[in-house]
Design a protein around this ligand. Structure first.
Ligand code: BMA
Length: 831
């Protein structure tokens, strides 16, 4: 391994013991010492995408780019990019292999157990004496670190979802040395758990099959980075978002947001504009703010006064009633119209700010009201006054290494969701609050977002220090995200109401109250309170699944959060035959349900070697993080198909992969059609289902999982099926025709011989595949290996002799390349 020294004298950071004192309530553990103790430490709980555009404005110097990275004892020193993480840096420098290759998640565990330091020098690009305030701003630090500038400690970070701003006015020099000394997230979490002496907070560790790390619930970090039942353990360290120096006089806009409201009685749209400032002058600053939305013939001027310190001003703009406002609609229901708008701040002191943004108009209501003929309450979304059936899936982080998630990655995955006729996704609570671009794309293509707060499948501490950190996180994220019309709901956590109600962690009855108290303290008294203060434009629920208002009535924890008469449900059943729709709960809203499958061979091939290519190889077992997952898939297949018998091991592996995908697609089609069909009926008090979000949309790596999109974006058969079962006009006539149709398909495969041929031709940017068959072919799958793109249809039943399928490439390709890569499989090819 190459070892180099950094250019600066600081060389390798001093090695630190992984043991640190427990946190002190109300203070920051080991907060700035010596000189630094005199510095006011500003933890700004707000994000700024606030752009300014006039002379005299703040000076901003980005510290993105190349930094030095060193491990704890200085034996590994390398250059790495910021934003980024240690794993990506080591991989880019060739010091480690692809972390996703074979068993590397376990082999490279040492990286996360070490304590790394990021450092760099920078020249102050301005005369620092000219500025009243200079800040060092981190948009995201992953996660536990001590921040130093010129050997002076500025403070500590412990929450990757916060934004940190340190006042460096009195310590900045002409040339500066900045260091971010990380502590292993794994060691920190273990230590926090050890310090929490009064009672344990389960779960201690993930199940062994996940090969993960323990005590993820003790650190405010992407919970699935300690492993999940579809993902590896890579508890990264790094500066994962932007970092910069900003200098200003008088005042500085640190956050700017818009939310829309509609007053029914007056038939009036209005916009609430919130601006959060840091005012450094000792006296209030008065000025004028002008808001202009030319297309809506709306212009309004307000006189404002900014008070010293951090504070906000809220303006309410009424939209000109003689203009027609086009609302923002979800995919499939209308256009996603937005209006260009400018907000100009002209203040008596300092500079002028001109902020350009897009104003969207849409309302959202979560309707929970009695249903005639049914006990319980409804649970559905009314968008712009219209009840909308929510169709879609659940989103998990697109990569273990967030710096690899580009705009293109997000676009491809989200566009694939929209192309499959989805109108919504749930950003699940075990991952991250996604980057701004994610929500920008959703706004643009009409994907509604059910946004969880990042707590999942665990109980959490509520000591004062922890709560302070969460409170800062929640205000920051709500302020950052609330302008997005795509977000229709805030939700406190994933499955934590259910975890207590169903006693997942075997808590003795006598101790239950402590955990209930913690639950209410965290999600209701803190998170909910902040959300309600920060954002009045969309609903909040405390958990998913929940009974909604019924849970509230029962003290926020209902006896059975899976009750089909209230709220949303999660439902998993791997043992019953998934084609039997009677096993599914007739719920008000299905926010999670799913079945696993394997990703296609071309995806697996990239991270494995020949010896791995069998369903029972060590590799296949290693990648499966869900107990008995591989067997469960075979059992489900066996309900309807013969298991592959080929003597050629690779053919057998490929056939099995294909069958897992057929099975998954068919199972979720059956279940989703059941939910869609249940929309318009009440049977024995159950029904009026108004949402179907299957688990899960995307993958974090190449492994078996519930996803319909493979790592890299390739569509599994399920995703092609989703395009059909989410189609706007779907005949979901289960009781009669559709049941016969679906079961008819399964009956056809056994004794039919057929020949399938594929000719490919090009037409502009698309490719036309003409398929010919001599007999009926069930579940025809077209696969062009690693060529990026998608077909217009796949996994279909071919009853006609000829079928035309279009291939939409995502990168340049050619007829010859496609022909070479094409494999055609149908059920009759499986031997
Ligand atoms: C639900 C999710 C995830 C999990 C999935 C599959 O519980 O919330 O935690 O990955 O089921 O088991």
């Amino acid at each position: 391994m190459a070892v180099r020294r950094p250019r600066r004298g600081a060389a390798a950071p001093p090695s630190r013991s992984s043991r640190r004192p427990c946190r002190v309530p109300g203070g920051r553990a080991g907060a700035a010492m010596g000189r630094a103790a005199l510095l006011p430490l500003l933890l700004v709980a707000a994000a700024g995408r606030a752009g300014v555009s006039a002379a005299g404005g703040p000076e901003v110097r980005s510290l993105r780019g190349s930094w030095w990275l060193a491990n704890g004892n200085g034996s590994v020193v390398l250059r790495g990019e910021v934003p980024g993480c240690v794993h990506t840096a080591l991989h880019r420098r060739g010091l480690i292999q692809d972390p996703y290759y074979r068993f590397n998640d376990v082999t490279y565990r040492w990286i996360s157990l070490d304590n790394w330091t990021y450092s760099r020098t920078f020249k102050t690009p301005f005369d620092d004496r000219k500025w009243q305030k200079v800040n060092l701003v981190f948009e995201g630090v992953d996660t536990v670190a001590q921040i130093l500038i010129n050997n002076i400690t500025l403070g500590r970070t412990d929450n990757m979802f916060n934004r940190y701003s340190f006042d460096i006015t009195s310590v900045i020099k002409e040339v500066n040395f900045v260091e971010v000394r990380f502590l292993s997230a794994v060691s920190y979490a273990a230590e926090q758990s050890r310090c929490h002496k009064a009672y344990s907070i389960p779960p201690a560790c993930p199940p062994p099959v996940q090969k993960g790390e323990c005590h993820a619930n003790f650190i405010r970090k992407e919970q699935c980075s300690f492993s999940w039942d579809w993902g590896p353990s890579f508890p990264t360290q790094g500066i994962w978002k932007d970092v910069r120096i900003e200098a200003y006089n008088h005042y500085h806009l640190i956050y700017f947001s818009l939310t829309s409201f509609f007053e029914k009685s007056a038939q009036q749209w209005s916009l609430e504009i919130e601006s959060i400032f840091d005012v450094v002058s000792s006296k209030p600053i008065a000025g004028l703010v002008t808001v202009n939305i030319p297309k809506l013939q709306t212009q309004q001027t307000f006189s404002v006064k900014l008070q010293p310190g951090e504070g906000s001003i809220v303006l309410l703009v009424n939209i000109n009633k003689s203009s027609t406002v086009e609302a923002w609609w979800p995919n499939g229901h209308g256009k996603q119209t937005g209006y260009n708008m400018t907000t100009t701040f002209i203040m008596e002191a300092g500079y002028q700010i001109e902020k350009s943004s897009k104003a969207y108009f849409r309302t959202v209501e979560l309707v929970q009201e009695p249903i005639p003929g049914s006990p319980g309450l409804s649970f559905y979304f009314r968008i712009n006054g219209r009840p909308i059936f929510i169709k879609g899936s659940n989103w998990i982080p697109a990569d273990s290494f967030q710096d690899r998630v580009t705009y293109d990655t997000l676009w491809l995955l989200l566009k694939s969701a929209a192309d499959a006729n989805m109108n919504a996704l749930r950003v699940w609570g075990g991952g991250v609050y996604e980057q701004d671009e994610f929500y920008d794309i959703c706004d643009e293509i009409g994907i509604m977002i059910w946004q969880d707060f990042m707590f999942a499948c665990a109980l959490y501490p509520t000591d004062q220090y922890y709560l302070e950190s969460v409170r800062a996180e929640v205000s920051h994220q709500v302020r950052r995200l609330k302008s997005h019309p795509s977000i229709i709901l805030w939700s406190g956590n994933n499955e934590n109401e259910a975890a207590i109600a169903s006693n997942w962690f075997s808590i003795p009855y006598a101790d239950r109250e402590v955990y209930i108290k913690d639950y209410v303290m965290l999600y209701v008294k803190n998170i909910r309170e902040i959300v309600l203060t920060e954002d009045k434009s969309r609903p909040f629920i405390a958990s998913s699944p929940t009974n909604g208002l019924e849970s509230v009535k029962e003290g926020w924890l209902s006896q059975n959060p899976y009750d089909t008469h209230y709220g949303d449900t999660h439902f998993y059943d791997y043992s019953n035959d998934c084609w039997n729709w009677t096993v599914y709960p007739k719920t008000r809203f299905a926010s999670e349900y799913g079945f696993q499958s394997w990703p296609s061979f071309s995806t697996i091939e990239k991270v494995s070697s020949t010896e791995d290519w069998s369903y029972t190889s060590n590799f296949s077992l290693h990648r499966q993080h869900h107990e008995n997952g591989n067997d469960q898939m075979l059992q489900q297949i066996e309900h309807h198909f013969k298991l592959p018998q080929s003597t050629d091991p690779i053919k057998k592996f490929k056939d099995t992969i294909y069958l897992t995908q057929v099975m998954q697609a068919q199972c979720i089609k059956t279940e989703t059609e059941f939910y869609r069909f249940s929309q318009s009926e009440i049977i024995r008090g159950e029904g009026h289902t108004m949402g179907a979000l299957y688990w899960q949309l995307n993958d974090i790596w190449q492994a078996p999982s519930w996803a319909s999109l493979e790592y890299g974006g390739k569509w599994k058969l399920l995703h092609y099926f989703a395009q059909n079962f989410f189609a706007p006009l779907l005949p979901v006539a289960y009781e009669d025709k559709s049941v016969l149709y679906i079961y008819g398909v399964s009956d056809l495969h056994v004794d039919h011989k057929l020949t399938l041929r594929a000719s490919v031709s090009q037409q502009d940017d698309i490719y036309i595949f003409v398929l010919q068959t001599t007999a009926i072919a069930p579940f025809v799958s077209l696969d062009v290996g690693s060529i990026k793109g998608r077909f217009s249809d796949n996994g279909f039943l071919m009853t006609e002799q000829k079928k035309v399928v279009v291939f939409y490439p995502w990168e340049p390709t050619g007829v010859e390349e496609l022909e070479k890569s094409l494999t055609l499989t149908s059920l009759v090819d499986v031997v």
